[in-house]
Design a protein around this ligand. Structure first.
Ligand code: ADP
Ligand code: MG
Length: 141
């Protein structure tokens, strides 16, 4: 059975700088996601480290958090049946070089780091990530 779920999406600084925000938002809506919340932010290095705390200690952590705090991002709360998997399928895999035609990372990603978008990977991480950027009263209800 399908379950209505929420997930946290981010249009990363590379995609915002490449003027891909509108295209990515249109793709999100065309694929049946409901946008419950949306903010354009320039997060600090410290805020990026808190968001990606699960990756602390990995070799790419310092570069990733520099990148994520290097420019504006758009954070989105999305809702759909099985939204977590549906959004990850629409993004494509972490490395755009392995991504299929029709995915967002294929179209807009340029490297394994600069891969245009973020998506939560499970229900518990979605809860943490949604609450990192949105208070409940800030979402459509
Ligand atoms: P995803 O975003 O697909 O869930 P991960 O959670 O594994 O991927 O990694 C978080 C982010 O860290 C990736 O989206 C990417 O920007 C960056 N990243 C992951 N693996 C690498 C790597 N090997 N080298 C550089 N950056 C990476
Ligand atoms: Mg991840």
């Amino acid at each position: 059975m399908k379950t209505l779920q929420r997930t946290l999406a981010i249009v990363k600084p590379d995609a915002v700088a490449n003027n891909a925000t509108g295209d990515i938002l249109a793709t999100i809506e065309a694929n049946g996601f409901r946008i419950l919340g949306m903010k354009m932010l320039h997060i600090s290095k410290d805020e990026a480290e808190g968001f990606y705390a699960v990756h602390a200690g990995k070799p790419f952590f310092d570069s990733l958090t520099d990148f994520m705090s290097s420019g504006m991002v758009v954070v989105l709360a999305l809702e759909k049946d099985d939204a977590i998997k549906a959004w990850r399928d629409l993004m494509g895999p972490t490395n755009p070089a392995s991504a299929a035609e029709g995915t967002i990372r294929k179209k807009w990603g340029s490297s394994i780091e600069r891969n245009a978008t973020h998506g939560s990977d499970a229900e518990d991480t979605a809860r943490f990530e949604l609450s990192y950027f949105f208070a409940g009263y800030q979402l459509v209800h």
